[in-house]
Write a new protein. Structure first.
Length: 135
């Protein structure tokens, strides 16, 4: 269904549902420590497809944070699980483009994690070297 949210409105996706963001922006927010202010975990803009990981992994979105409309609000197509299944069945080209997008996202995530791990290793080596020099 086509839905509109104003700035600050929560965006409630049905269990394992998918949002195709047409315009505006939204953020995934979560309090990392109970009682603390929510932190932005992800930001999404026009063209983003939100909830693919939940759709494919069967994880309820509420366990991963709260999606909230930002800036001037947003407009999007909201699909429940069966509606998104129907879309994939009707449009094999859409399904193929999603698979490509997921592959690119996975590769990008893998590269980011590798770079982060290398940075931590380099920092440990610098810290060890500094500790030896101060002895």
């Amino acid at each position: 269904s086509l839905e509109t949210w104003r700035q600050g409105d929560p965006i409630d996706r049905p269990g394992c549902g998918v949002l195709v963001l047409l315009s505006g922006r939204c953020s995934l927010r979560q309090s990392l420590v109970p009682g603390s202010a929510p932190k932005n975990l992800s930001d999404y803009g026009p063209g983003a497809i939100v909830g693919l990981a939940d759709y494919f992994s069967n994880i309820e979105p509420a366990k991963k944070g709260r999606l909230v409309a930002t800036e001037n609000g947003c407009l999007g197509l909201m699909f429940n699980r069966s509606g998104f299944n129907q879309l994939l069945d009707l449009s094999p080209s859409f399904e193929q483009s999603l698979i490509r997008e997921l592959a690119v996202s996975c590769e990008s995530l893998q590269q980011s994690l590798l770079a982060e791990r290398q940075n931590r290793q380099h920092q440990r080596m610098r810290d060890q070297n500094d500790a030896r020099q101060s002895e």
